[in-house]
Write a protein of this length. Structure first.
Length: 471
């Protein structure tokens, strides 16, 4: 299914549909391999949902809220100003300043690598031909030997919830909220729900977090999940486990959530955070014999190939783990596989959860090691016992190392606290070493700057080794 179609307006070795992390990395990797590459983006600006509605704006919002909390917590500045006067739209305005900078940065990536970007909606004509409905109203066709679908995802919206109502939001529209609720309900306690619970609580709002499951973020190590649950409650968030919605009713002044348990919760606004759907409904997949699942996601093999030989999919559109970091890796991997190199599927992706404080982990949990009957020991370092934690005032949290009792290789790194998403990569780097290079003794045999948060690795390693020596 190759060869230039003379009837097409454009022709490429690789066409990527979507310009988010997965699409961008796939396109640029192919361009660096000397291939003719085109990208289709259905927004007026590159960056995808990550830049405009997801990772970048939400993490920027979190950063602003973190600054507010630091200000409120510092007695030197407490009398200078009153953060309670801040409105949510004003906080959003401050957080949004980073988006144009990101757009400019990513636009320059395409320019420097000579990747052509088309603005419009792509849909399949056949396995090599794409119809492009341009944003200016024109129609063009694009031929490509290979096509990568990297269209991302959007919040799942049940049909019985009126998302057009000004008090009902999802994780996209919440970034356009123009009022400041005193009380907000968050339905769905996944990663996004927990992150926004931290953000709104940090702004002084009363928060009800509704969880469908019996514990928060059950894929985390139990101790880290428990720490998150405790910290959310300690910051004023009401967490309700094992609940399912029955109906949502909204008026001009409030919104009411009816739960199947019989509970009725009333608030100023509700944020729906229960799942996401792949952006595949506009692609005319039927034209090439592809079909998405009930959540709009595509099935792929280890090389990210769909059931059609020359059509691939990466990023959120293939489901879990739906992280910007994993999407970048998948994009690079798929281009490597298409153009000659071995495709190295993304594995062992570190988890970064931007609650306040944040969470990050890589490797196995205690539950997984116990079920696999792997003999392990635990080393812990509490941030409140580190000099840097005491100096910065960010002393909530801990670093937890899981390591093999006999070989001392590191099996899992779990962190809850300030800069957790940065700290975890030190442990990740050691975990990926071969043979004796992966050893908890690395942290005992090397010098760490003092005072640093990274010093927690030495403290945790000492704690773990001492546990073994006392046996």
């Amino acid at each position: 299914m190759t060869g230039r179609k003379k009837s097409a307006d454009h022709s490429y070795d690789l066409l990527v549909i979507g310009s988010g992390p997965a699409g961008e990395s796939a396109a640029i990797a192919a361009a660096k391999a000397g291939k003719r590459v085109g990208v289709v983006e259905n927004r007026a600006l590159v960056g995808g949902g990550c830049t405009h509605k997801g990772t970048i704006p939400s993490k920027s919002l979190r950063h602003v809220v973190k600054q507010i909390l630091q200000f409120k917590g510092n007695s030197l500045f407490r009398e200078i100003g009153d953060s309670r006067r801040l409105t949510f739209p004003r906080v959003l305005q401050s957080a949004a300043k980073v988006i144009p900078k990101q757009v400019e940065l990513h636009t320059n990536f395409y320019v420097r690598n000579r990747v052509t970007v088309h603005m419009g909606q792509a849909s399949f004509i056949d396995a090599n031909m794409i119809n492009l409905a341009m944003l200016d109203g024109g129609i063009e066709t694009i031929h490509a030997d290979n096509i990568v679908i990297a269209t991302g995802s959007r919040p799942y919206r049940p049909v019985d919830v009126d998302f057009n109502h000004p008090r009902i939001y999802d994780s996209d529209t919440i970034l356009d909220m123009q009022h400041t609720p005193r009380h907000i309900i968050i339905y769905g306690a996944g990663v996004i729900g927990c992150e926004y619970a931290s953000i709104f609580s940090g702004l002084g709002m009363r928060v009800d977090l509704i969880n469908n499951r019996e514990r928060l973020l059950s894929f985390l190590d139990d101790e880290i999940s428990d720490a998150l649950s405790y910290h959310l409650r300690d910051s004023g968030v009401t967490v309700r486990h094992g609940e399912e919605y029955e109906a949502i009713e909204a008026s001009d002044s409030s919104v009411t959530l009816f739960l199947k348990s019989g509970k009725r919760l009333k608030a100023d606004a509700i944020l729906w955070c229960n799942g996401r759907s792949g952006n595949t409904d506009q692609l005319n997949l039927a034209a090439v014999g592809l079909e998405a699942d009930h959540r709009g996601n595509l099935q792929v093999d280890q090389s990210y190939r769909t059931q059609v030989e020359n059509i691939y999919a990466v990023g959120d559109v293939i489901g879990w783990p739906s992280l910007a970091s994993s999407s970048y890796g998948q994009g690079r991997a798929v281009s490597g596989g298409i153009f000659g190199d071995e495709c190295r599927p993304v594995q062992d992706v570190p988890t970064g959860i931007y609650t306040l404080p944040e969470i990050s982990s890589v490797g196995k949990t205690e539950t997984e090691l116990t079920q696999a009957k792997v003999p392990y020991e635990v080393g812990r370092a509490l941030f409140k016992n580190t000099a840097r934690g005491q100096i910065s005032g960010e002393d909530v949290g801990m670093l937890k190392l899981l390591f093999h009792v006999d070989t001392h290789e590191i099996l899992g790194v779990h962190c809850f606290g300030a800069e957790a998403a940065e700290i975890v990569h030190i442990g990740q780097a050691i975990m990926t070493q071969k043979g004796e290079g992966n050893s908890i003794h690395y942290f005992l045999n090397n010098i760490f700057n003092y005072p640093t948060m990274a010093e927690a690795y030495r403290v945790a390693a000492l704690d773990g080794i001492n546990r073994i020596s006392r046996r």
